[in-house]
Design a protein. Structure first.
Length: 484
């Protein structure tokens, strides 16, 4: 959880109770050696917030895994620590001062990130007249497919890139994180641009060109978001956003639209490059340490995160645009804005689960507390998503609105996204990625094999995925050992 092992007040490693060797007496039934050990370590075990604290005590006493298997019949110190944690009720000493909570996060900062995620959508408002043309076989404006293809490539690549950069930051090596972003972001932009040009039809060059700019923006924005420069990104997007708002009410010349789009893109790209470009003395100024002699996080570890980005991107596009791909994208705006509250509620869950570890006296009580916390946080996120989904109809009664089936699909996708991100934050990315990939593949096959695919297919697929992810959350996060 906080990454440190906490000893009870007044305890020192050299004054901890000795770990006994189980004794037997002739003619008497042998007592359970783990129960004997639990009785001798009762005070320490009862005060432990996490089984890892007990494992640290066992290892500090010199117990090897072979000795633990011989004496107590479990495979290692962590398994023995979990057994002791299960058998002894919690009795936490009162802290001398306020308890440190590493997961406390301000709501305003998370809402700001949600706004930053949503603002680029106004770029499509400015660019729509530049991309005007006949509709294709899917009923979409000409050139939409290249933009969707480029966006999916960008979401996939940058999700994996962000994970790798965050892994370096977790190791304390900001220089390596910058290097990975410096080389990875342009490569992702190039890949997205090439895919957009490859799927674009002849005679409409504006669409793949717009998609190339979109790919460049995604790469530069990933750099700024990973390095914590949300405010700089917001400032860079404000002129473009203001121009888009004006364009909704008044006619704006194409030259002005293009200038605003290219201007914001250029500023974001320059800020991103400036953030990761090597500068003399930067590592020393920021207190980083070089790990050139140490192997970094493996590349393969970022692959599940990239696939998670691809799968959730496919599900978001289907829900936002509709199974027939003919909707106005209201759902996409709601989902994007909801990422701010979603992030804050993920932090809130981690904070509340840490408090639950301190207050729960039995594993069953902790599971019950954790389940209640999941329900409260998920309900809060769905309430925010529902309000954002209904807001356009309330503000513009003459608009198209959102149907009941589409709203149900939006909320079910919200469950999928939030529970998937929650599992990802606990390191259970393989399970979340598998469920989301299967759901995305199922919905794609349904769309391809059923002409005029019914609108209820999406909610069924997303509902199934939501149930599967909720089951994974309850099965994993109800265990104290998952909250490391």
């Amino acid at each position: 959880m906080s990454g440190s092992i906490r000893m009870p007040p007044g305890s020192r490693p050299d004054t901890l109770p000795a770990i006994p060797r189980p004794r037997t007496r002739p003619g008497w039934a042998q007592a359970d050696p783990i129960d004997e050990l639990a009785a001798r370590l009762d005070d320490f075990t009862a005060a432990a917030v996490h089984p890892d604290e007990i494992a640290a005590l066992l290892e500090s006493d010199g117990l090897s895994d072979d000795q633990i298997r011989e004496r107590y019949g479990v495979k290692n110190s962590f398994a023995l620590a979990e057994e002791l944690y299960e058998r002894v009720e919690r009795r936490h000493p009162e802290p001398d001062g306020p308890v440190h909570d590493p997961w406390r996060m301000g709501l305003l900062g998370c809402l700001l990130r949600g706004v930053v995620f949503a603002l680029p959508g106004l770029g499509y408002v400015l660019g729509a007249p530049l991309l005007a043309g006949p509709r294709d076989d899917f009923g979409l404006p000409a050139g939409t497919v290249p933009m969707l293809a480029g966006a999916l490539v960008g979401w996939t690549w940058n999700q994996g890139l962000a994970h790798r950069a965050y892994s370096w930051l977790g190791l304390g090596d900001r220089s390596a994180a910058r290097r990975s972003l410096l080389f990875g972001a342009p490569l992702g932009a190039l890949l997205g641009s090439l895919v957009a040009f490859a799927v674009a039809g002849p005679g409409h060059p504006a669409a793949p060109a717009f998609a190339a700019g979109q790919s460049c923006y995604l790469g530069a924005a990933t750099v700024l978001l990973v390095m914590g420069r949300e405010r700089a990104l917001l400032v860079a997007l404000l002129p473009m956003a203001a121009g888009a708002v004006v364009a909704l009410a008044h006619s704006v010349p194409d030259a002005v639209r293009l200038t605003l789009l290219l201007g914001s893109l250029t500023v974001v790209a320059v800020l991103g490059l400036r953030e990761v470009a090597p500068r003399k003395g930067r590592g020393a100024a920021h207190g980083t340490r070089s790990r050139s002699a140490t192997s970094g996080p493996p590349l393969i570890g970022s692959l599940p995160h990239a696939l998670f980005g691809l799968a959730t991107g496919v599900l978001v596009l289907y829900t936002a645009l509709g199974d027939s791909l003919t909707d106005d994208g209201t759902g996409l705006v709601a989902l994007t804005l909801s990422m701010g509250p979603a992030e804050w509620l993920l932090y809130r869950f981690r904070s509340d689960s840490l408090a639950g570890l301190r207050s729960s006296s039995t594993p069953r009580a902790f599971r019950r507390t954790t389940l209640l916390t999941v329900v409260k946080c998920l309900a809060g996120y769905l309430a925010a998503l529902l309000a954002l989904g209904l807001a356009p109809a309330a503000l513009w009664p003459q608009g198209p609105g959102i149907s009941g089936v589409r709203l149900a699909g939006l909320l079910l996708l919200g469950v999928v996204l939030w529970t998937g991100l929650l599992l990802q934050s606990f390191g259970a990315v393989l399970g979340a990625t598998t469920v989301c990939c299967v759901a995305a593949l199922a919905q794609t096959l349904a769309l391809v094999t059923h002409t005029g695919s019914p609108h209820w297919i999406g909610p069924i697929v997303q509902g199934t995925a939501a149930v599967a992810l909720a089951a994974l959350v309850c099965g994993l996060l109800g265990r104290a050992t998952a909250h490391r």
